[in-house]
Design a binder for this molecule. Structure first.
Ligand code: C5P
Length: 330
């Protein structure tokens, strides 16, 4: 009959699916330059993709709805999810494509810890933008995708490109840096701990930056000057020892005093001769090692020193790409 014929036609013509891998990031360097009138901060960051990744499956549906499914209980499965918002931004900018291909089911297989300072939500949104660009045959270039990404969050443009990047502005202006070879990353996070990024930046603003309010408060400390040029020349020279010594994150100044567990993790890495720093607004702490064997030793030593079932450790590696298509069915 007619209705089954039209359904078959729709299925044959429009049912499409894409599976993508979406990598996490770490901040090798994060310096807060100034506060801005829009509430954000101008930053200078060195961002690095690592191969710890979520899998994102996109499937077109016959309805005009957006559905999110995720295996992690703390990830919202509705309009609050950044991956959902990414579909909404694409639908708003390309209403004809949305009408043609119908709704989208998004399934997120979470491996990147949530609320961790590793851009897990941002990289999921980046995967949706890259995936829908292909699924809806839009032919958008990186610049256009990065613009759409910047509407969703400060780290999304980086997550579209990945690799090793200098990021300025809110984090959306990106300059590629030479790829860094051969580092393994040990990541440590307390499962039950997460830090609000907005809280971390606002607290830093109150404590350390000169704002419009006159700087008379005794609690306000002068901004430390840190020199980002050094880490960039260390990267250009592939000087691993120097890269290691120049790791820096301004947000530690507010997060470490408030979260003693993060401070304790940092001290534990230091004690092992493998100093770690916090990624993004935390609470994940990471350290770099030159070999997988050394990374494994660090994991075992940290686990032995802090034997807490709430503590999770991962070993990962630097990677030059962020979003990768695993498979598709057009
Ligand atoms: O851009 P995104 O939504 O990821 O940022 C989350 C929060 O982090 C913002 O609401 C803002 O408070 C803070 N932030 C900031 N300056 C930046 C990036 C983020 O103050 N450059």
């Amino acid at each position: 009959n007619n209705s089954s014929l039209s359904t078959t036609t729709l299925v044959e013509k429009y049912m499409r699916s894409y599976s993508l891998l979406a990598s996490a990031k770490i901040n090798l360097y994060l310096e807060i330059i100034r506060d801005r009138p829009d509430g954000y901060h101008d930053l200078l960051m060195v961002l690095q993709s690592i191969d710890l990744a979520d899998q994102i499956d996109l499937r077109s549906t016959e309805t005009n709805t957006i559905q999110v499914y995720c295996n992690h209980p703390e990830v919202p499965q509705d309009h609050r999810n950044l991956a959902y918002k990414a579909v909404a931004v694409m639908a708003e900018h390309f209403p004809h494509a949305f009408a043609k291909y119908g709704g989208v089911d998004i399934t997120i297989h979470k491996r990147i810890p949530v609320g961790a300072g590793l851009a897990g939500g941002s990289t999921n949104a980046a995967a949706v933008l890259v995936g829908l660009n292909l699924m809806w045959e839009l032919g958008l270039n990186h610049k256009q995708l990065q613009y759409l990404g910047s509407l969703l969050g400060s780290d999304v443009p980086f997550c579209i490109l990945g690799g090793t990047m200098l990021a300025t502005g809110r984090g959306e202006y990106l300059t590629p840096l030479p790829a860094i070879d051969n580092f393994y990353v040990v990541l440590a996070k307390y499962r039950s701990l997460s830090v609000s990024t907005a809280w971390a930046y606002q607290t830093y603003r109150h404590q350390y930056l000169h704002s419009n309010v006159s700087n008379t408060s005794a609690t306000r400390h002068p901004k430390e000057r840190v020199y980002s040029g050094q880490i960039m020349s260390a990267i250009a020279r592939q000087n691993q020892m120097q890269i290691y010594q120049l790791l820096h994150n301004d947000l530690e100044r507010v997060v470490l005093p408030t979260y003693p567990q993060v401070q304790q993790l940092r001290e534990e890495f230091q004690r092992l001769g493998c100093p770690g720093i916090m990624s993004g607004s935390g609470p994940t702490v990471f350290a770099l090692t030159k070999s997988q064997a050394q990374a494994q030793q660090v994991v075992e030593a940290v686990n032995a020193a802090i034997s807490d079932p709430d503590l999770e450790l991962w070993i990962s590696q630097f990677t030059n790409s962020s979003i990768r298509v695993l498979s598709f069915d057009n």
